[in-house]
Structures are given as C-alpha cells and as structure tokens.
Ligand binder design. Structure first.
Ligand code: GLU
Length: 398
C-alpha cells in the first residue's frame, strides 16, 4: 500500500486550508510554510591540519555518504601532502528545483547553524556536487558577518573578485588530465587522437573533456544525469556545453547517438573519466569496461569488487584520492594566498599544481610496483600510513 501522506504533507495541507480561509498574505503564508532540509558536516581526522572538504547539494545526500566522503578527504590530503584533515558537508535538497534566493537562504542558514565548527584554522568548506563559487561567496559572507570582519580564508573556491584563486574552477579536471597523461606515458599510449569517454557534465566532467580535447584527445562520449551521447568522429565539449545550457541536458546533440550512462561506461575507448557520483563501476559491469585507463574525477565511483576485476583485466585505474586531488590542492593554494594576502598568477598556480600532482602520481606508482598492487591500494597505503604516523607522533591526549 502506498502511503498517501507524511506528517509534514498533512501539516502543510492544513496550513493551506487555514491560510485560504484567513485570506493570509501570500508572503506570510510562505514564511509559515517552512521547508525542512537535512544538512550534515562530518569531520573525520584533523591530525594533519584543519578539516577540509567540499559541500554538496543533492537529493540523495545521507550521513553515510558524507561520512565516506569525509574519510576520503583525509586520505586525499595526505596523499598529495597538504596540511589538512578531511571533512565533508551535504544538504539533502534538489537544487534544480530551487530558486537562487532559496539556495542563498539554505546556504546561509546551514552556515549559521554550524558556524562554531567552521573557521580558517578549524574547518574550511569548498565546492562539490551542485555547489559553486556563488555558494562559497554566501558562505564567506555569512561567516564574516557573524565574526564581525571579513574572513576570506574561511572558505575556498570563491569567486576571484573576493579572494578566490586563479585556476580553482578547472583545478580538479586539470589534475585528472595530468594523471591521465602520466598513465598514458607508462602505457605508451599517444594522447593525440586517444579516445575519451566522460561520465558527468558538471564542473569536473565538462572541464576534463575540454582540457583533454585541448591536449589532442578525441572525446567520443559524454553524459549527464539524463543520459549520454556518442560520436565516433569526436565531440566538441564547448558545443555540448552550449547545448546543455540551452536544453538542460547533453542528449539529443546534433550528429551524436543518444546512449545510456551504462553504455557510456562500457564505451570502447582509451581513457574513461567517471566524473559523476559514487558506485558507478561495480561487480556487475566491471567486466564490460573496455577503457585502458580509468581516471576517477568523481569520489568513490568504483567498488572494491570492481577494483579487483579491473586490476585483473590490466586496466590502469588512477584512484579518486590521487586523480581528483587537484581541486583541494588549488583550494590549499587559495587558502595560503588569503592568509598571506597575496594573489598568484594562473601560470604560477598551474605550475605548482602540476609539480604536486606529478610527485604524488610517481609516489603512488612506485609503491604500487613495489607492493605489486593496484594504484588504489598504493594510494591508500600512502595516505593512511602518513595519517597513522602523525597520529602516533602526536599521541593521544587527554
Ligand atoms: N569537493 C572537492 C573534493 O572532493 C574539493 C574539496 C576542497 O577543495 O576542499 O576533493
């Protein structure tokens, strides 16, 4: 039997009836008509430095998911060598159906409720799924208003004009591209005309497609939450972006065949970039992955069973905590610039990012060879090992 009502739908329906009888002012009715959203901030470990991690808005956000994402941030920061611990935030909401004003009020309310747990030396949020530079500007303003003075270093991924860093928007994707390029070198795979499939067309997916396109690769398939498109002659990522802005989705693009997200993952290609959500490559479809390189732009797209299957198939998988660490790395650069009141050029930011990512890539690669393991195990050994070592050195007190 389907449930007709929840307690909240009953209360809202009752309010509507009373408001009509009272001929209540619509503005007053709207204020009584409070929407309830569940929001979370999980702080995992701060032995390496202040907590750091994004804030996501998505209907399926749960405490379980945010906890996993917070833990991955701890290992990620340790693998790339940033002085941060791991955290993550999330609000279960559907930003696609919300107005800009509603998103602003939701963001400011969330920050005001967890204000005492935030701060440049305590916990520094950043963008994640369906949050962006505008969301970060509201976070900075709310935090600063409550403090009584401007604190740009309280959040990263801000617009450049209020203290954001050059290169932050593309940083995650640029890191993914650097990793894919290094992996291609090892496999003797030429990037020129290498075929690429990208799952997800948000900030990370779109920019990854765009950067790989500029590196000479052929983007043959892309997707978003509504489905995907395929074209063996190659897709221009910018044109698809224009099409998505116009129509709300990547599908039905000229000269392309519509495909499902499942078909996208199984596309015959050199490089596959999952840049959407968790649990995409699983036991049931891992055997059907035909890519030579998988570079994880998303967090947690592959399950442990799928990891094993891909390793046995000799697929070179660059794990999330390495492949997508470019975002938090440039977040760190932004925080350093804010603390020192400096502004670096795009060239400087990208040069520093490249140096850090390549060093981490080589560290992980070397360890995976030594341990005869996949790169995820090696990356985790590095990250968890560094945190455990710091924990032991600090000791437990009180
Ligand atoms: N949300 C991004 C991630 O998962 C960036 C976090 C940050 O910049 O703090 O890595």
């Amino acid at each position: 039997m389907t449930q007709e009502h929840t307690a909240l739908t009953v209360a809202l329906e009752q309010l509507k009836i009373a408001a009509e009888k009272l001929q209540l002012d619509p503005g007053i009715h709207a204020i009584c008509n409070i929407g309830v959203f569940n929001g979370y901030r999980v702080q995992h470990w701060d032995v390496m430095g202040p907590f750091k991690g994004g804030l996501r808005y998505h209907p399926n956000v749960t405490l379980d998911e945010i906890t996993a994402l917070a833990m991955w941030m701890t290992w990620k920061c340790a693998v790339i060598g940033l002085p941060y611990g791991g955290a993550k935030g999330g609000i279960a909401c559907n930003p696609k159906t919300m107005s800009k004003g509603e998103l602003e009020r939701l963001t400011r309310r969330y920050v005001s409720l967890i204000f005492e747990y935030l701060g440049p030396h305590r916990d520094v949020p950043a963008p994640d799924v369906y949050t962006d530079a505008q969301t970060m500007a509201w976070i900075m303003d709310t935090y600063s208003q409550l403090k009584g003075y401007s604190v740009p270093e309280s959040v990263t991924g801000k617009p450049i004009e209020i203290g954001g860093s050059e290169g932050r928007v593309c940083a995650t994707s640029l890191g993914v591209a650097f990793c894919a390029r290094e992996a291609a070198k090892i496999l003797n795979l030429k990037l020129k005309n290498a075929t690429v499939a990208v799952q997800g067309y948000g900030n990370v997916g779109y920019n990854a497609a765009s950067i790989m396109h500029n590196m000479g690769c052929k983007i043959i398939a892309v997707s978003d939450s509504t489905g995907g498109i395929y074209c063996s002659n190659g897709i221009n990522p910018h044109d698809v972006r224009v099409h998505k802005t116009k129509t709300g989705s990547v599908i039905n693009h000229k000269d392309c065949a519509n495909i499902t997200n499942e078909e996208l993952l199984q596309t015959e290609c050199d490089i596959l970039i999952p840049a959407a959500l968790e649990n995409q490559i699983r036991k049931d479809n891992a055997d059907k992955i035909k890519a030579k390189i998988v570079a994880e732009g998303a967090n947690g797209p592959t399950t442990p069973e799928a990891d094993k299957a891909l390793y046995e198939k000799d697929v070179c998988l660059i794990p999330d905590i390495l492949a997508n660490s470019g975002g938090v790395t440039v977040s760190y650069f932004e925080w350093v610039q804010n603390l020192t009141r400096e502004h670096w050029t795009l060239e400087e930011v990208n040069r520093k990012l490249e140096t850090k990512i390549i060093k981490a890539f080589n560290d992980v690669q070397k360890l995976s060879k030594k341990e005869e393991s996949d790169m995820r195990t090696a990356a985790l050994m590095l990250g968890v090992g560094r945190v455990a070592h710091a924990l032991k050195t600090l000791g437990l007190w009180p």
